[in-house]
Design a protein. Sequence first.
Length: 423
Amino acid sequence: MISELYNTSIRAYQALLQLIAPINPKARLWVEGRRSWAAVLSKKLAESHTSGPVAWFHAASLGEFEQGRPVIEAFRTQYPDYRILLTFFSPSGYEVRKNYAGADYVVYLPADTPANARRFVELVKPQLAFFIKYEFWYNYLRELKAAQVPVISFSAIFRPDQLFFKPYGGFYRNLLGYFDHILVQNSQSVDLLKRIGITSVTLAGDTRFDRVAQVAAARRKIPVAKAFKNSQPLLVVGSAWQADMDILIPFLNQFTKPLKVIIAPHDIHEDEIERWRSQFTKPSRRFSQTSETDVSSGEILFIDNVGMLSSLYQYGEFAYIGGAFGKGLHNILEAATFGMPLFFGPRYGKFQEAIDLMSEGAAFPVNNTAELTAAFARQYADRSRAAQVSHDYVQRNIGATAQVMKVVTNLLSGRANRNAGPE
């Protein structure tokens, strides 16, 4: 049976991670974080200073958590008697948000074996479960269904090339039937799901718009960045990888008009930052080694810390977002909310917001330095339209969280009515 093959693949994945854990830091965190997971979770639940039903939110990694955060916080506000359990699959999410104050418990999700899923649901006894965007774990979904726990997927997005829609994708199509409701980002997803008989679907949009609006409203002032800008046009480069710098460095070296540049690397590595600095023909500074009084003379400012990027965009007139020469484009909405033209590499096809903004004339994918030079020159001459389009795009797409909460209210009301039984 396919389910047996699935379970075998999960166990093989576990074994592989255990094998490479001694030499791979991320695999080591994945393995160590799940060691004696049932005992750890039981202890957390037993030591809790609160009681009440549990709502379980699951995020694959940090990006999905940020996507789900507006719903977690809205749920907390609307249903304060609930305890919130937040699980992560990836260490890159858990290690950053393990102390998130918006949840009562934050743990790794145990591997999706039948025994783990059964034990997890028995321990947690969730009254409601949320899966953010992606994540379709067969054994967990099956156990939740058996326990009659309503399950919601939100900010989901589907494409015709996914297994759900292939002739041989029956196993994966069946997984979608375990969800009580799926809230999707676009109309194509609605159509695809309805073609395979999934009708409990709502076109709600993407909760990331709500999150970036929250982040923008709570942005902090960064005096060094303001002093560095010094009233000149500013390009903010967010989450830069080597492949992005390969086209940015020659572009910026040959750009002669007034322009300040702030570069936030995706990962902070001392040798990488210094290597990039050495390749520029223009003076550069590092954030950690400067102050408001001596920064304005530089042309390029490297950010050598984390947690600042979303607030830096407020000072920019242009943004280049990294990642789209590699695994995938990073968050462009944090920049778009402040209203500016957006530039990025060619691998953006899985990101609906990038497709939308490109079609509306506010985003410009580029393949090389020549294309970036030409696209940037046009926007440098007149960025007003693109800036307005990107800002308006974010504003009109806010509201997905409210749609999710409507579904939550209906599901919890229906569960309460079923539990009450006939009078």
